[in-house]
Design a binder for this molecule. Sequence first.
Ligand code: SAM
Length: 291
Amino acid sequence: MKDIATIQRTKSILERHGFSFKKSLGQNFLIDLNILNKIVDAAELGEASGVLEIGPGIGSLTEQSAKRAKKVVALEIDQRLLPILEDTMSPYPHVHVIHGDALELDIQAIVEREFFSQGIEDISVVANLPYYVTTPIIMRLLESQIKFRSLVMMIQKEVAERIGAKPGTKAYGSLSIAIQYYAEANVSFIVPKSVFMPAPNVDSAVITLKMRPKPAVDVKDEAFFFEIARASFAQRRKTILNNLTNHLGKDKKMEIELLLGEAEIDPKRRGETLSLEEFARLADTILPLKN
Ligand code: SAM
């Protein structure tokens, strides 16, 4: 039988099951084997690997992961896809589909039960993410503290560029900092709209996140570090002093200026020029001003 990710097979599966796409669930299915192979190549899966997939759809990517990995666990929100997956995944008994919302399911418990307790230690996330929830899903996976080896995910090109951005670039912002705190981020390759059915409105890219053994920087108060990074980009054209003053209180302007000096950061710089290390030093130094 042909692979799922061919136009012909995908069409025949959709027709046979009378499936109609739900735009609100970000349903754009991959129909290009070449791209799928590049995604699983980027994940460097081996015979002992476990794969966690978010949003299997009709199983195009799931099938390619299943051909290389020991076990694939896929979380799908759309109940209508469950009987379809039962059908398309029948040649792959080591694929387990779980019905639910990836933003609500207890992913830690799932990984523990489905992989770790079965001796599968090398776990990667491999997914073509639903674009309406890209950032919350990635943040949830990173904050879960689960020891994934890597996360290889298809996302919007613009978000991929922001995630992988370096200081001093236009795309660099609080999302780059939040993700690079937990992982080393690289845009693996850009993907044209034509490889999806239906074609999405935006261009896509595959991003690879390699989890760091410990966060990129040491901070006294993690939540405050993220808060300061967000506040520093609130108005990109403003200086770090003005953005921090707006956030922490106008009455604290002099103290903020003093502490910026103590952290060896010029108050006239813009947030987008600060590295993760500088944000960490800044957050630790102005911690006494936390509201
Ligand atoms: N993996 C398939 C592929 O590459 O062809 C489908 C990818 S499609 C972009 C996204 C999938 O995620 C859809 O099947 C959609 O129903 C599912 N989905 C959307 N929101 C979800 C959520 N919150 N939790 C789990 N799955 C979700």
